[in-house]
Design a protein around this ligand. Structure first.
Ligand SMILES: [Zn+2]
Length: 136
């Protein structure tokens, strides 16, 4: 069985080890460093830190690009459609209520989900970098 690297502290003279992708993604979703799980991943709403304050892992170079936005839209879109179909069926809200509530709900969900999605992508990318290093 291949040991998984929980901490990415380099050990002189040893080959890089595999990184646990799902653990890194879970830590990223919790807005924590994918390497140690203790340091903060973001210094502001969506700006990631250059390096972890606890384990010094370099994180600033990881670019999640459009991935977090794509995942957020995918999830929020499905939730909003389900809400509209469910609530409009039995509530019978006036149009102005629907036109106020659904966009606000979509915006709130998107703003809440976006940093989580970005953390997930950063964790997955960080883990894949370790896999590439181990293969070299
Ligand atoms: Zn760390």
């Amino acid at each position: 069985m291949v040991p998984y690297e929980v901490h990415n502290a380099p050990v002189a003279g040893t080959a890089p080890m595999r990184r646990d992708t799902f653990l890194a993604m879970r830590r990223g979703a919790a807005r924590r460093c994918p390497s140690c799980g203790e340091g903060q991943l973001f210094r502001s709403y969506l700006k990631q830190v250059d390096h972890c304050a606890i384990c010094r892992e370099e994180l600033g170079h990881i670019s999640a690009d459009d991935g977090p936005t794509w995942l957020t839209v995918l999830i929020v879109g499905h939730l909003i459609v389900a809400m509209v179909l469910t609530i409009d069926g039995w509530a019978g809200w006036p149009m102005w209520v629907s036109m106020t509530v659904y966009p606000l709900a979509a915006a709130a969900m998107a703003l809440g989900l976006l940093p989580i999605a970005k953390g997930v992508f950063i964790g997955a990318i960080w883990a894949s970098e370790g896999r590439q290093a181990a293969a070299e």
